[in-house]
Design a protein around this ligand. Structure first.
Ligand code: GRF
Length: 202
């Protein structure tokens, strides 16, 4: 079987996308190929990163389209490009039940905490790290999981723990978790899931 065609969905800076493209260039995703990068925000820097790696990009302006039309166009774009795995990498949109059902076991996401802590509705961006520090946890980390209709509720694929330091701010903790955990386990999980798809295990 050919490589699994991967679409990476982004909204912002795109450092996780960068980690994925660099891992692919190093030959660390042998069972998949990043064939499309889609953003809900036409101004996302992630799109520039994608173009620098000669990746095909599509910008669907969610604000202009509205939620329903946006999702309809997203589904059409994914189907037209024969996408076999959708990787959410800093994608700041909640997907509908119809969407997650259409692509069951074919969507993965990276979350910047150890699920089931500090996750679910409203837990995104710096808020996750603010809450972790407020609680006083001594370890946090990142989780890659399958996406279903429950926010951050799908089965876990990989996790990596990161120490919380006494002097951490939400910003320093966020950065360390990205560097030590997210940028490592997202490419590794992407390969793992592509291999499972190829072997028809999922
Ligand atoms: C990451 O912390 C990711 O876990 C979260 O949003 C952030 C995205 O960063 N979902 P980037 O766009 O990949 O740089």
């Amino acid at each position: 079987m050919e490589k699994v065609k991967i679409a990476v969905l982004v909204s912002g800076g795109g450092t996780n996308l960068q980690a994925l493209m660099e891992a692919e260039a190093r030959g660390e995703i042998p069972d998949g190929e990043i064939s499309l990068v889609i953003s809900n925000n036409p101004n996302a820097f992630a799109l520039t990163r994608a173009k620098n790696f000669n990746k095909k990009t599509v910008a669907l302006n969610k604000k202009q389209l509205g939620k329903d039309l946006f999702e309809e166009q997203l589904i059409n774009t994914l189907k037209q490009n024969d996408i076999g795995l959708i990787v959410l990498a800093g994608f700041m949109c909640i997907l509908s039940f119809n969407f997650t059902k259409t692509f069951a076991n074919r969507i993965i996401n990276v979350h910047p905490a150890l699920i089931p802590s500090f996750c679910g509705e409203g837990y995104y961006g710096l808020r996750v790290h603010e809450k972790a520090l407020e609680y006083g946890v001594k370890v946090s980390g990142a989780t890659v999981h399958f996406v279903n209709e429950i926010p951050d509720g799908g089965k876990i694929i990989m996790q990596k723990a990161v120490k919380v330091l006494e002097k951490d701010t939400p910003e320093t903790l966020q950065k360390r978790i990205m560097k030590q955990a997210e940028w490592k386990i997202l490419p590794a999980s992407t390969q793992k899931v592509c291999a499972m798809i190829k072997k028809e295990l999922i």
